[in-house]
Design a protein around this ligand. Structure first.
Ligand code: PGA
Length: 258
């Protein structure tokens, strides 16, 4: 399966900066045609920049998908400040990130709420990137499998398939900290996630499981070599085209060497 190289731009940048970043990413992909043989690309800009980024992608026929960083759990109506899955679809989004640990922490989103959001997104034909991951305290207490198992059990709505869902394992303590889970930790958790998916779904073998948390060009190879790592969800390094593409190049090199 191709690796999914997904950028989560979070709440960064300006409209002009977003346009210039996607242009640089598009140029970089065009200059290295091999990349799209082995990688699919996704960028998730802030809501207000989706339009300008999508326009650029379409104008230059870039092989890059676009997604939102969240969507509402409700269909429409009196929900001030919310963005519905239908609105994302209307903007051309193919994906939406849900249950990111920053939203779980800052907006107190729990897994059952994420489940409702995912169901809404699926109704619109949007692919959900559902994030799971334990905190540092939970890992220190040896509870990482219990926590991730529960997040998976509760966050995935009925009707999940490999076509409509991607899982992102992001240990909270590795996000934006420069700390990395070791390849052994990643291997164990991704195998656990695959096993949990297999208990529930017929096509679990085809569901992409991304790793996220301080992924950089320098550590991408050692992560992509790990079994069941089907791509990366990238925060900080996705804001620089060179680094974002450097991570994709690591995936390409591994695929060539295989
Ligand atoms: P990071 O963020 O790459 O900056 O650690 C990853 C994420 O939050 O998705």
């Amino acid at each position: 399966m191709k690796k999914l190289i997904a950028g989560n731009w979070k709440m960064n940048g300006s409209e002009a900066g977003a346009a210039s970043l996607i242009n640089d990413i598009g140029d970089g992909i065009a200059q290295n045609k091999g990349l799209t043989d082995k990688c699919d690309f996704l960028v998730c800009p802030p809501f207000v920049h989706i339009h300008v980024v999508k326009r650029q992608i379409d104008h230059d026929h870039m092989p890059v998908d676009i997604g939102g960083q969240d969507c509402a759990a409700t269909e429409n109506g009196a929900h001030t400040g919310e963005t519905s899955a239908a609105m994302l679809k209307d903007l051309g989004c193919r994906y939406v990130i849900l249950g990111h640990s920053e939203r779980r922490a800052d907006q107190q989103e729990n897994s059952l709420y994420i489940n409702e959001k995912a169901a809404r997104a699926h109704m619109q034909g949007i692919i959900t990137v559902i994030c799971v991951g334990e905190s540092e305290e939970e890992r220190e207490a040896g509870k990482e499998f219990e926590i991730v198992g529960q997040q998976l059990a509760e966050s995935l709505p009925d009707g999940v398939t490999a076509e409509n869902t991607v899982i992102a394992y992001e240990p909270v303590w590795a996000i934006g900290t420069g700390k990395n889970a070791t390849p052994d930790d990643v291997k164990a958790m991704h195998a656990f996630i695959r096993e949990k998916l297999q208990e529930k779904l017929a096509d679990a073998a085809n569901i992409r499981i991304l790793y996220g948390g301080s992924v950089k060009p320098e550590n991408a190879s050692s992560l992509f070599e790990v079994e069941n790592v089907d791509g990366a969800l990238i925060g900080g390094a996705s804001l620089k085209a060179e680094q974002f593409l450097g991570i994709a190049e690591a995936a390409l090199d591994i695929a060539k060497a295989a």
